[in-house]
Ligand binder design. Structure first.
Ligand SMILES: C[S@@+](CC[C@H](N)C(=O)[O-])C[C@H]1O[C@@H](n2cnc3c(N)ncnc32)[C@H](O)[C@@H]1O
Length: 215
């Protein structure tokens, strides 16, 4: 049985083309001394495809970093949609905004800086609604983010969460657990059994759960 890493390398090599815009985003993140923790190239492509397939137009992202996933999300809706991105660090949100602008989406994205739980509460108070969510920030808060997203989700909305395999440790007891192993095991169980969600886990990159809010 091949391991997750070699399968993902094969998928990346076969399905993901060179992308100068995204390569520049990665370079800008490195140049700013920020962590290299953007989504994998194939997970980014999945984001673009899912937005295009679902027809989502009001997208919420939790965790912007340098704008890599933001560009992938925006590519899915093209000229006809908007992205709201929640990011703890103002400096990261600034770089993300500058990279979204270079990719042609500067006027379709807005950033809310500070703890995402506060921003989610603010969005709920202002009656904002979204049809697509991408959760990719501090892992311990994933259960809280999920409940926050459900409060502002349109019926049928899609909720994706990244890094749910914790490098494969959720499934392989022989591996050394990471600090996120138990967090992600519990999160995956709660998504799988959630009464308001239909869901599946896709082993792309570090794993994403794909969930649909029942109507
Ligand atoms: C894995 S990175 C996001 C990567 C990004 N989605 C991408 O693929 O291009 C996680 C981001 O979440 C942010 N973050 C961490 N804790 C947060 C919090 N409590 N509220 C909002 N953002 C947070 C970090 O600053 C970091 O930029």
């Amino acid at each position: 049985m091949s391991d997750l890493r070699s399968i993902n390398t094969y998928i990346d090599e076969t399905f993901v083309e060179n992308d100068e815009v995204l390569a520049e985003v990665i370079a800008s993140i490195e140049a700013e001394g920020m962590p290299s923790i953007s989504v994998s190239a194939s997970s980014g492509k999945l984001l673009t495809l899912l937005i295009a397939i679902s027809g989502a137009r009001n997208v919420l992202e939790i965790g912007a970093l340098g704008g890599y996933s933001g560009i992938c999300l925006a590519r899915g809706f093209g000229e006809d949609g908007s992205l709201t991105s929640l990011e703890l660090e103002a400096r990261y949100a600034e770089l993300a905004h500058s990279n979204l602008a270079k990719a042609g989406f500067g006027n379709q994205v807005s950033y809310m800086t500070g703890p995402a739980l506060d921003s989610l509460a603010e969005l709920e108070r202002s009656d904002k609604r979204f049809d697509f969510f991408f959760i990719d920030a501090d892992k311990e808060n994933y259960p809280n983010y999920l409940e926050g997203c459900l409060k502002i989700a349109e019926p049928g909305a899609v909720i994706l969460s990244d890094n749910v395999l914790a490098r494969g440790t959720v499934a392989d007891n022989t591996m050394e657990p990471t600090k996120n192993t138990e967090v992600m095991k519990a999160y995956n169980q709660s998504v799988a059994g959630h009464p308001r969600l239909e869901s599946i886990l896709i082993p792309l990159g570090d794993g994403v759960t794909l969930a649909r809010v029942k109507g």
